[in-house]
Write a protein of this length. Structure first.
Length: 388
């Protein structure tokens, strides 16, 4: 985050943004230093231009001052409170470029290109759209006043104008990217908040009535205990029945929230396999319009299979296939997870036994075993009804 609360983009030259750490400063310095190569013309003029010693010293001092001011300018971020300061810096650069060009010759006209680019990179678009043409116009006027400057004018006008506006465009693109990332983070936060509210509403709807009924019957049982123990016992039995039903409702609600989906598990499998250094060959999309219980069983199978490939197989490649097949017995959906390692699925916990139970609950079958001398394959098949 910048001082103004703006999210910065990692990597890149950070055009129009203040570097926040050492790495960003180094990257931006290298990027800016690359474009200082075009100052070779003024440097060559100082060495071979035939100027006197005094002119060389003043020219060298002026060039160093120009570069220092230019670097100071492009490393700044033109926040709203700094626009006047940046405009003053652009004015100082323009004055230096004009004075050096008029004093030392046409080779120094290239400084105006840096004036234009720095104004486009450091100033907001609503201001730089005027300063870039202004710097280009000043270049043209100065070139006409410098001896033989018109010969350099054609080669400098387009770089000054296009370079400045290119910086304006890049700066706007970076700002837009930052805003999009912030908007995406905001949307994700809002979605999470909405999910919390939905869970709160669902739990309230599930437990509100049951807990109220339990409270009421508890009070009744307390009043009946001294004189009517049989009626009090009936109230206690009702309390037990209501509490058990509330527990069942909560478990069903929680299992619904935790129900895995095939698209989510495919994405998670790709991430897990890649992180473990296993080449992942997965389908691009999941099978659509599967019944929820079928999709859930396949998703659990995929999660367990990939987890054990990562933990136990030592495989280098894992291939996942998910497709609907037409057989003599009808349509079936088939999930295959094969690796080239030497391990297998762990039986403990939700291993083969747990997966078999999940698949049998929806009429499916599970087979798993070695595929030759090397490799392991899990195959889950679930029949689909005619309406699936």
């Amino acid at each position: 985050m910048t001082e103004t609360g703006t999210t910065v983009i990692k990597g890149g030259p950070m055009i129009g943004l203040r570097p926040e750490n050492r790495r960003q400063k180094i990257v931006k310095s290298l990027w800016i230093g690359l474009w200082l190569f075009y100052l070779s013309a003024p440097v060559t003029d100082l060495v071979r231009g035939g100027h006197g010693l005094g002119a060389r010293l003043l020219g060298a001092l002026g060039l160093v001052t120009f570069i220092a001011w230019y670097l100071f300018l492009v490393f700044r971020t033109a926040r709203q409170t700094e626009v006047r300061r940046v405009l003053l810096s652009v004015g100082v650069l323009s004055a230096q470029a004009t004075l050096l060009s008029l004093s030392l010759g046409r080779e120094w006209l290239v400084l105006f290109v840096y004036v234009s680019i720095s104004s486009g990179a450091a100033l907001p678009a609503e201001i730089s759209r005027f300063t870039v043409p202004g710097a280009t116009a000043l270049l043209a006027v100065t070139a006409l006043a410098v001896p033989s400057g018109d010969e350099y004018l054609a080669g400098l006008l387009i770089p000054a104008l296009m370079g400045g506006f290119a910086m304006v465009g890049i700066r706007a693109m970076i700002r837009t990217t930052v805003e999009l990332r912030e908007a995406r983070a905001t949307v994700a936060q809002l979605a999470a908040n909405e999910e919390r509210l939905r869970m709160a509403r669902d739990l309230h709807d599930l437990l509100g009535h049951s807990l109220s009924l339990i409270t009421l019957k508890s009070e009744l049982a307390g009043r009946m205990l001294p004189g009517s123990p049989e009626q009090a016992a009936q109230q206690v039995a009702d309390i037990e029945r209501v509490s058990r039903q509330a527990l069942v409702d909560v478990r069903e609600a929680v299992s619904g929230y935790r129900r895995p989906t095939l698209p989510g598990e495919l994405a998670g499998a790709r991430t897990a396999l890649t992180a473990a250094g296993v080449r992942a060959d997965l389908p691009a999309e999941a099978v659509e319009d599967l019944p929820e219980d079928v999709e859930s069983a396949l998703a659990w199978s995929l999660r367990e299979a990939v987890t054990n490939v990562v933990r136990h197989s030592g495989a280098r490649q894992c291939t996942v296939r998910l497709e609907v097949l037409q057989t003599l017995a009808g349509r079936v959906v088939e999930l295959s997870v094969a690796d080239d390692g030497g391990g297998g699925l762990a039986v403990a916990g939700n291993g083969l036994t747990g997966l078999t139970e999940r698949l049998e609950a929806v009429g499916g079958t599970l087979s798993a075993g070695a595929t030759g001398k090397k490799g392991f394959r899990l195959l889950a098949r679930i029949p689909l009804g005619s309406g699936s």
